[in-house]
Unconditional design. Sequence first.
Length: 355
Amino acid sequence: MQAVVLVGGEGTRLRPLTLVTPKPMIPVMNVPFLERTLIRLKEAGIDDVILPAGYLPEAITSAFGDGSRLGLNIRYVIEETPLGTAGALKNVQQYITGPFFVLNGDVLTSLDLRAMLANHQAKGGVASLHLIKVDDPSAFGCVVHDANGLISAFVEKPKRDEAPTNEVNAGTYLLEAEVLDAIPAGRPVSIERETFPQLIEAGKRLYAYTTADYWIDLGRPEAYLDAHRHVFDGTMPLGLQPGTNGPGVKGVPSSAIIPPVFVGRNVRVAPDAKIGPYTVLGDDCEVGSGATVADSLLWDGVVVEAGASLDWAIVASRARIGAGAVVGRGSVIGHGAVIASNAAVGENARIPAPA
C-alpha cells in the first residue's frame, strides 16, 4: 500500500506559529505532527509515502529525508503553486502504482487504517471516504449515503437546520488509481467539491466508512490546544500514562507539577513554579521562580521568567516571556518573540516573531 499525505497548506489560521514552521511540523506532545502521522502509517503496514509539499518544504525534507529513519520510503513532490487536494494528487500520479490512502496533513485521528482497507476491499468501489458524526455539520462537508454506504451526494457547509445528515467528511480517503484519471492536470482542483461529485455523476461507486474514532482538525489554535487536552485525558490515544509524561519529568521538582503534564528534555523549572495542569514543556525550556504555566503549550527553548503567568496559551520556539508578564487566555506567541517584563498580553492576542 501507498499513502499520500497532503502537506502543502500554509496554515494561515495558525499564524504566527506557521510563519516559520509549516503546519504539518507543529509539535503534538513535543513530536512533529507529521512524524506522528508517518509512524501511524508504518504501524498500519504502509511504507511507501508521497508528500506533495509547497509551503516551507525544506523544514519537511530536512526532518525526514528519504524516510529511512522511520522505516519508510518517502518521495517529495514540490508544488510551485498550490494545486488543491485533487490537483496535488494528480501531480504525483506518476508514482502511484495501485490503491492508495490520502490523508490530510492537519487531521489528528485514531482511525484504524487496516480496518478501512478491509472495508474498501469488501465494498469494491473506486473510493472510500472516512466520515464522522458531529453535533453541528454546518462547518463541514456533509456526505449523503444509503444503508450500504453508497454515496449519493455531497452538501458543503449546510445550515444546521437544513443539513441532510450529521455525517461529515473527515479527510481520510482510500482511492483506486483510476480516480486520478478523472482529475485534470495543471490547475488547482478540489477533490471534495469537484472530483468526487463528478465521479458519482459518471456512475462510479464511492462508499462511506463511518466510525466513532477520535478526530480533530488541528488548523486553529483553540483546536490545537484542545487536541492536547484530549491526548492527556486519553480520548485520543497516544500511549501516554496518566499524570506526568516525557523524558524530562524526573528532572522537574515534584513540587512544581500539577498533573497532567508533558516535559521534554533538558528542562529547568524552579521549585516554586507551577506547571500544569494540561501543559507541555518542549525541550530546553526554562521556567523561573514563582512563574505559572497552565493549560499551555511551550515549544522548544522557551523561557518563562520569574513571576510570569500563562493560561491557555501557545508559545513557539525560543520565545521569552519577561518577568511578571501576564499572557492572556488564547494567546499565541510567535517564534523568538519577546514579551517585556510586567507586560499584559490580552486574550487571544497574536504576537509575531520579531522582524
